[in-house]
Design a protein around this ligand. Structure first.
Ligand code: NAD
Length: 262
């Protein structure tokens, strides 16, 4: 059992989907949490308060926009000023856009690279000095099966996720002697708003119905024919935070129903 009492975890993009599952799972193990992400202010406050009441920990919300480096540094400062440390950083915020390369909007490319890749660099850059000072740390990046293989029409996403895998390995080597690990988790398809939102564009890009996109495009890639759950991804992250995972670093851990084994 992994216990995180007295530790602080910052989870980007945790107002929804996988990020919210990470936040709730680490809170369940006793960590104080900084949640972050976009969305309806009342809904975010409800989730924040629920983490505190369900798990008897402290939880603060950072509205940092992951396209803005200064706000990302501010999120790390907020964690330190609220709880005195940043022990765990989970870089998870992400968006998707699906279009053929020749029609891919330039602003969508820039946004995906900023949110899905560069934000992790800015967060790690700000958090590593605090982890070194504390002599302990865990950095977990949400990559994707798309950090290992490609799918058509997802040029920016696949580029960003391959980048996350490289950043993970580089940081792992740099911090290896400081009792700080850096790993990425590569889920296959997890049923979250991010997946649901890309269905209409995939229907358009490939000329398919919704059922065809779910069964013939999404689950077609996954030999188990089942979606991964957010809670399963979060359980792996919790394991990576524990002492039994102290020698796992620089790893890209697949949880994809066999997708990338094919
Ligand atoms: P989601 O849409 O449910 O959650 C995305 C989160 O990122 C939300 O909290 C959102 O508010 C936040 N976010 C988006 N733009 C932001 C910005 N500019 N600043 C701050 N926060 C921002 O999606 P999800 O499926 O839970 O995705 C989470 C991560 O998991 C992403 O990195 C995604 O690429 C990755 N992933 C998802 C799947 C899947 O099938 N759902 C598979 C592999 C990897």
């Amino acid at each position: 059992m992994v216990t995180l009492t007295g530790k602080t975890a910052v989870v980007t993009g945790s107002t929804s989907g996988i990020g919210l599952a990470y936040a709730r799972t680490l809170a369940g193990a006793g960590a104080n949490i900084v949640i972050n992400g976009m969305g309806d202010a009342t809904a975010i406050e409800t989730e924040r308060a629920k983490i505190e009441s369900d798990f008897k920990v402290k939880c603060v919300y950072s509205p940092a926009d992951m396209t803005r480096p200064a706000e990302i540094a501010g999120m790390i400062e907020l964690a330190e000023s609220s709880f005195g440390s940043v022990d765990i950083l989970i870089n998870n915020a992400g968006i998707q856009f699906v279009a053929p390369i020749e029609d891919f909007p330039i602003e969508k490319w820039d946004a995906i690279i900023a949110i899905n890749l560069s934000s992790a660099f800015h967060g790690i850059r700000a958090a590593v000095p605090l982890m070194k000072k504390a002599g302990w740390g865990r950095i977990i990046n949400t990559a994707s099966a798309h950090s290992l293989v490609a799918s058509p029409f997802k040029s920016a996403y696949v580029a960003a996720k391959h980048g996350i895998a490289g950043l993970t390995k580089t940081v792992a080597l740099e911090v290896a002697t400081h009792k700080i690990t850096c790993n990425c988790i590569s889920p296959g398809y997890v049923w979250t708003p991010l997946v649901e939102k890309q269905i209409p564009d995939t229907m358009k890009a490939r000329g398919l119905t919704k059922e065809q996109v779910i069964n013939d495009v999404l689950l077609d890639a996954q030999p188990t024919k089942e979606f991964v759950t957010s809670e399963q991804v979060a359980a792996l992250a919790l394991f990576l935070c524990g002492d039994d995972a102290s020698q796992i670093t620089g790893a890209n851990m697949s949880m994809d129903g066999g997708w990338t084994a094919a």
